[in-house]
Design a protein around this ligand. Structure first.
Ligand code: HSE
Length: 439
């Protein structure tokens, strides 16, 4: 160890997939961190429920505990890394660590998506930092991009594929023509989807991530509860095939837009042109498309989950804190958290195109009747065509969602409750760049 090398102790709480990845990454590169950063990163304490996990990772017995209090109260721990997820006891871990003057690194999107303001305030009050690069899009360094690299911009749009499980499912449905349930079962068997897939397939995971990123990018608090959320359970193999024939891909997008009328923030299955960069992101990969008024369109691609990609984000945060420590001081305290300054736009105000799949009876005039009903409701129909004897598709031009919903209700009244088989938003991707500076 050189004279200028500083020893920094981390305490890890949670030795599951990500925690194990963090330990292995540090073990693998410890010499490089010493040589390149002047930091001797040690795992001062590790906490898990099962001691055999720590043993397998080569963590000495005297550094293992099954009580998180031992980690946050250990004087040898400078930085606490929380990787257990969920709200409790993670909240208590944050609070105790801050009270003890320890910095926190966390991948806990569920907690931060809902309560980051309170936690960031506690960190600011204690003069320590809270870092969460791994909480949004795993290995993609998007938090840092928004906080630092694009700070000179007004961020207009953050839109992306932020959930690998659903992108994997939709990609296989598209490639193999299979239904949602069939692919989900297979994804669970292969370990791509959790036994309880709800947080992923119903949109909560992506909603937490877009809430975190929107707060940072738009400098106004957005919480997971502000995000309109619709998952992928209703997307049919038919919809994907028809969308493809019309030149679209269907992706579960998480979208945050900073519009003059407020923040438009939502997660739902979205039709985008098959030629759009996000349409080519397949399998379990993630990508985040960011439009800044100065930089214009940018896109960041990478693994959103997995042991090493997520560990890459966690250890990046740890090294950023440790770097500041080696420069002789403490890292700057967390800034005062952003407050809600911009309104959240209700989904009824969204302006989009819409794909409507209709299940029609044998009436030859049923499609004409449907088009007339939509037109009477002020919905501009761009095309309407039969797919086969029992089904038809209507594509609308851009209209307001509230009007669309009322017209769809009228369709169900006129043609029967089962007539509207599916409605999917067609994103106005050109609007993502509205407000960008002209070159
Ligand atoms: N379950 C998430 C996904 C990874 O499928 O992308 C962790 O957020």
């Amino acid at each position: 160890m050189t004279a200028s090398t500083r020893s920094v102790g981390i305490g890890i709480i949670g030795l599951g997939t990500v925690g194990g990845g963090v330990v292995r990454l540090i073990q693998m590169h410890r010499d490089d961190y010493r040589a390149n950063h002047g930091i001797d990163l040690t795992i001062a304490r590790a906490c898990a429920l099962d001691p055999s996990v720590a043993e397998e990772l080569g963590i000495p017995q005297d550094r293992f505990t099954s009580n998180w209090n031992d980690v946050v109260n250990d004087p040898a721990v400078d930085i606490v890394v929380e990787l257990i997820g969920g709200e409790h006891p993670a909240t208590e871990i944050f609070q105790t660590a801050f009270a003890n003057g320890k910095h926190m690194v966390s991948a806990n999107k569920a907690l931060l998506g809902r309560h980051v303001e309170k936690l960031a305030q506690a960190a600011a009050d204690a003069g320590v930092q809270l870092r969460c690069e791994a909480a949004a899009a795993g290995g993609i360094p998007i938090v840092s991009v928004l906080e630092h690299d694009l700070a000179g911009n007004k961020i207009l749009t953050i839109a992306g594929i932020m959930n690998g499980t659903t992108n994997y499912i939709l990609s296989r449905m598209a490639d193999e023509g299979l239904g949602f349930e069939e692919v989900l079962s297979d994804a669970q068997r292969l370990g791509y989807a959790e036994a309880d897939p709800s947080a992923d397939v119903d949109g909560f995971d992506a909603a937490s991530k877009i809430a975190i990123l929107s707060s940072i990018g738009f400098h106004s608090r957005v919480t997971t509860d502000d995000v309109y959320m619709q998952g992928i359970r209703q997307v049919g193999a038919d919809d994907i095939a028809i969308a493809r024939s019309l030149g679209y891909a269907i992706k579960l997008l998480a979208i945050g837009r900073n519009t003059p009328e407020g923040i438009d923030v939502r997660v739902h299955p979205t039709m985008i042109p098959a030629t759009h960069q996000l349409a080519s992101v397949s399998g379990a990969m993630n990508a985040v498309f960011v439009v800044g008024d100065a930089v214009g369109e940018t896109m960041f691609y990478g693994a959103g989950a997995g042991a090493f990609p997520t560990a890459s984000a966690v250890v990046g945060d740890v090294l950023a804190l440790a770097d500041a420590m080696t420069r002789g001081g403490a890292p700057l305290p967390e800034p005062e958290p952003v407050q809600r300054t911009l309104a959240i736009r209700p989904i009824e105000e969204l302006e989009a195109g819409y794909y409507i799949r209709l299940a029609l009876d044998g009436r030859p005039d049923a499609l004409d009747a449907a088009v007339a009903t939509l037109a009477a409701g002020g919905v501009p129909v761009q095309r309407a065509e039969r797919v086969d004897a029992g089904a038809a598709v209507v594509i609308t031009d851009i209209c307001v969602e509230g009007a669309l919903n009322a017209a769809v209700d009228a369709l169900a009244r006129d043609l029967g409750d089962t007539a509207v088989a599916s409605v999917i938003r067609i994103e106005d991707v050109a609007a993502w760049s509205k407000g960008a500076c002209a070159n």
